[in-house]
Design a protein. Structure first.
Length: 425
C-alpha cells in the first residue's frame, strides 16, 4: 500500500497526497494518485468471481487478450484481460459471440485509472466438459492414424452418382444440388435424409452412410449441414460416426457448417469442404472449364501435328532432292563395271593358283613314284622278310630252316632258309 505523509506547517492546508478521499474538502482536496491507490486497495480485497456472459470483442496483442463480456440478459458489460500465461489453459477456439463462464478477479490500474477484470479460467457454457472430451478423442484418433493423409482416398474426376446425406428440405441440400447442377447439368444424386442434430443425428447418419456405401453406383458421398452453434454440431464428432467414415470404401466429403466449424468428421473425411456450396464445387468439375481445356488441348495437338508433318515433309523433299535418289542409274552402272572387273580379277587369280597347284602335285607324284619300293621291285628285285615282318639284310640272320617271306613286284612267296642257299617251297 502506498504511504502518504503530511508535511504541513501551522495554518497551512495539507498537501493533496496527505488527504484521504473520505476526508477531502474543497479547501483540502485529495490527489488523484491517493484516490486511485485507495480504489486499488479496496478492489484488491475482492475474491475471484465466476461470471456468465457473451464475448463481444476479442483482441490479441503480444500474446495477451483484451476483450469484453456482455451480460446475457442486459446491456451491462465488463472489460477482461487474459494474460498469455493463462491462454494455454483455456479453449483455443474462443471468439466473438461465444457464450462462456469465466473466473475473474477485479483489477484497478492506478496509472491509467482503468478498471477491468483479469481472467484465470474460461470455458464454453455447457460445452466445457464435452469439448475437453472431444479434444481427447481427437488426440486418440490422430494417434491411431485415422487423420493420416496417406489413408485418404482420392475423389473421382467425374462421379456418375453422388450420394448426399443431409436434412430433409434443408438449405444445405438446395445449395449442393444447385451448385453441382450449375457446374455439370447431367450430375445425378442419390439423397438419404437424416437428422442433422439431436439424438437421431448419429443413428440416422450411420444408416444413410451404410446404404450409400453399399451402392456400387455411388462414387462419392457428401455429408452436408448448414452452420450452427457447437452444441448442435456435436453429432458430427461422435466416435461411432467418425470410425464408420474412416472404414467406408467410398470417398467421403465433409461439408458441415461454415469455415470456422471444425467437427471431428472434417479430420477423418477424405476431403473437407468449408461449406455445402464448396463441397459441390470441389466434387463436380465445371463443364465450361473442361470444354475450354479440351479446346486448348485440341489446338495444341493440331499445332504439334502440323509442325511434325511439315518437318517430315521437308525432310522427305530434302532426301528426294539428293542425286542418289533423283538419278540412281549412273551410280548403278559405275558399280556394275567395278563389280565386273573385280569378278574377272578374281577368276584370273583363282585360275593361276589352280594351275600352280596342279604342277606342284605332278612333281610330288613323280618324286613319290621314284622313291617308292614298288618301283625297285618292278625292276626285278625282291625283299625277304623274317617272321614278324623283319626285313632280311644279312644271310647270317637267317639260320637254316628259318621261314622267309619273299615279296616281288607282283605278290609274295614263302621259303625256308638252308644255310647260305634258300630254296623256294
Amino acid at each position: 500500500m502506498t504511504v502518504f505523509e503530511a508535511a504541513t506547517g501551522p495554518g497551512e492546508n495539507p498537501p493533496a497526497d496527505a488527504v484521504s478521499p473520505r476526508d477531502s474538502t474543497v479547501d483540502a482536496p485529495t490527489s488523484i494518485a491517493r484516490l486511485n491507490a485507495t480504489i486499488r486497495d479496496f478492489v484488491a480485497r475482492w475474491n475471484t468471481v465466476w461470471v456468465e456472459g457473451e464475448i463481444t470483442s476479442w483482441n490479441v496483442r503480444g500474446g495477451n487478450v483484451f476483450a469484453r463480456l456482455k451480460d446475457v440478459q442486459s446491456d451491462a458489460q465488463i472489460s477482461i484481460r487474459v494474460w498469455s500465461s493463462v491462454r494455454g489453459r483455456i479453449p483455443s477456439d474462443l471468439g466473438i459471440g461465444d457464450h462462456v463462464v469465466a473466473a475473474v478477479k477485479a483489477d484497478y490500474f492506478v496509472k491509467a485509472g482503468d478498471f477491468s477484470f483479469t481472467v484465470s479460467s474460461m470455458k464454453h457454457v455447457g460445452l466445457g466438459d464435452q469439448l475437453e472430451r472431444l479434444e481427447k478423442l481427437r488426440a486418440q484418433l490422430r494417434q491411431e492414424g485415422l487423420f493420416d493423409p496417406s489413408r485418404k482416398k482420392r475423389l473421382p474426376f467425374l462421379p456418375h452418382v453422388i450420394g448426399l446425406i443431409t436434412g430433409e428440405r434443408s438449405d444445405a441440400e438446395k445449395d449442393v444440388h444447385r451448385n453441382a447442377e450449375l457446374r455439370w447439368p447431367q450430375v445425378r444424386f442419390r439423397t438419404e435424409y437424416a437428422a442433422v442434430q439431436g439424438e437421431r443425428c448419429v443413428p440416422d447418419t450411420l444408416a444413410a452412410l451404410a446404404r450409400l456405401d453399399a451402392d456400387p453406383e455411388v462414387d462419392v458421398i457428401i455429408i452436408a449441414r448448414g452452420g450452427g452453434d457447437p452444441q448442435t454440431l456435436l453429432g458430427f464428432s461422435d466416435e461411432r460416426l467418425v470410425r464408420a467414415v474412416a472404414a467406408a470404401s467410398t470417398p467421403v466429403v465433409s461439408a458441415i457448417g461454415h469455415e470456422n466449424d471444425h467437427p471431428l468428421l472434417d479430420d477423418v473425411a477424405d476431403l473437407r469442404a468449408s461449406t455445402p456450396t464448396d463441397a459441390a464445387k470441389r466434387v463436380v468439375p465445371d463443364v465450361g472449364e473442361q470444354r475450354a481445356l479440351i479446346g486448348q488441348l485440341r489446338s495444341r495437338a493440331t499445332t504439334r501435328l502440323t509442325q511434325r508433318l511439315s518437318h517430315d515433309i521437308a525432310q522427305l523433299e530434302q532426301l528426294r532432292s539428293r542425286p542418289v535418289l533423283r538419278s540412281p542409274d549412273p551410280i548403278i552402272e559405275s558399280r556394275s563395271q567395278e563389280l565386273w572387273l573385280l569378278l574377272s580379277r578374281g577368276r584370273d587369280t583363282l585360275t593361276r593358283h589352280l594351275d600352280a597347284a596342279g604342277r606342284r602335285t605332278s612333281e610330288l607324284r613323280a618324286s613319290l613314284r621314284a622313291l617308292s619300293p614298288a618301283a625297285t621291285l618292278a625292276r626285278g628285285y625282291a625283299i625277304a622278310h623274317l617272321e614278324g615282318g623283319v626285313i632280311l639284310r644279312d644271310a647270317a640272320d637267317a639260320p637254316a630252316g628259318s621261314a622267309l617271306t619273299i615279296t616281288v613286284d607282283r605278290g609274295s612267296v614263302a621259303a625256308r632258309s638252308e644255310g647260305e642257299v634258300a630254296e623256294a617251297s
